[in-house]
Design a protein around this ligand. Structure first.
Ligand code: BGN
Length: 354
């Protein structure tokens, strides 16, 4: 009789122990295999959702990493955010030659400014403009001057890297002209279209001859046409604020906008100056080289005779400015026309009250 290797009792008790051991070994091998496969997968940068979740959380703490790892959609959102334009545009060159005796052609100018969009709007494509500027031109029957303004000013304004729009505020009918009221209307109408933060008010017959004379706003209200040829490239008097000026939305609100009661030629610019000073602000200007401007020579317009009431009105600015201004402005828009290089808004400004 063969001797059993183990007592029956031992065999019966050893059998389950052996299979448990086997099962354990199998489990350990399986787990290690699983772990190694997982590790391999992770290290090779596979795009499994769980790893993505963890890495997004890490990446969000360091924004620069987003660019390198994620192509969509985070990169697209961030890449579209343009850098701010520099304080001083690298495109500026200084003096610009202006000659009102040379013919200009609007069709040629439209072609020459392909990046200006309908309604005369432009913004740089490679950087975020520092200011959004509405350029407001009070107007009536001066198309022959407007074509020169558009010809010379559009290229300069683009070089200045501004986000700008050109608004021609055209007085309807042939009653007495009201320059300051048209400028108030330009402020109100341009804000309906875009979130402007700076307003340049310009006569249609003045262009700058130095592209470093910026059509933007400064800490204080800016007098841009500081050295006009008409005044021997200087100021006719120290308080002069006519021609071309720039006020931020804040400046404009502070002075309750411009007076509406100056009908005919003269004094409204002095009233604006008085308002600025009354509110504790001062005038900023370019130097007399940068500030050089040229004005188209012409005769005084019809229905724009010197206003006999102007002397009286400017002596009362401090009292009148709280009631007369943007808070009392009333007018009717007759027509809005969008042209390739400007918007023309024709308005009924009413007639002088007696
Ligand atoms: C001033 C006018 C301004 C005009 C300049 C330059 C007046 C007010 C009464 C003294 N001011 O005399 O409106 O811009 O000349 O032409 O007339």
């Amino acid at each position: 009789m063969k001797q059993p290797l183990l007592p029956v009792s031992a065999v019966t008790s050893a059998l389950p122990g052996a299979s448990l051991q086997k099962a354990c070994k199998f489990l350990v091998v399986f787990c290690s295999l699983h772990l190694s496969v997982t590790m391999l997968y992770y290290l090779s940068g596979a795009d499994s959702s769980i790893f993505q979740y963890f890495s997004i959380n890490q990446q969000q703490q360091t924004p620069t990493a987003i660019y390198s790892t994620y192509s969509t959609p985070l990169t697209t959102t961030i890449a579209k955010e343009l850098p701010d334009c520099p304080e001083s545009s690298p495109l500026l060159r200084g003096p610009v030659t202006v000659n009102f005796n040379v013919q200009v052609n609007i069709t040629e100018d439209i072609k020459a400014n392909p990046h200006v969009t309908e309604g005369g709007h432009y913004k740089p494509s490679d950087c975020k403009a520092l200011q959004k500027v509405a350029i407001i031109i009070p107007f009536r029957n001066r198309d022959s001057h407007l074509k020169y303004w558009l010809h010379y000013m559009h290229p300069i304004l683009q070089k200045q890297q501004l986000d700008y729009g050109v608004y021609i505020i055209n007085q309807d009918g042939d009653n007495t002209f009201n320059r300051a009221k048209l400028m108030n209307i330009g402020y109100a109408e341009s804000l309906k279209e875009y979130d402007y933060d700076c307003f340049v008010f310009s006569d249609v017959d003045i262009v700058i001859t130095n592209d470093r004379n910026l059509y933007r706003c400064y800490n204080q209200p800016r007098h841009i046409s500081a050295a006009m040829d008409k005044f021997g490239f200087g100021l006719p008097y120290a308080q002069y604020f006519g021609g071309v000026s720039a006020l931020s939305k804040e400046h404009f609100r502070k002075i309750n906008g411009f007076p509406n009661k100056y009908w005919g030629w003269g004094g409204e610019d002095d009233d604006i100056y008085n308002r600025i000073v009354a509110k504790g602000m001062s005038i900023s200007r370019p130097d007399t080289v940068t500030g050089k401007c040229q004005m188209i020579k012409h005769n005084r317009d019809e229905k724009n005779d010197a206003n006999p009431k102007r002397f009286d009105l400017i002596s009362k600015t401090r009292e009148s400015m709280e009631k007369d201004g943007i808070n009392s402005l009333s007018y009717k828009v007759v027509k809005t026309e969008k042209f390739p290089l400007y918007v023309k808004i024709t308005v009924d400004v009413g007639i002088p009250s007696r």
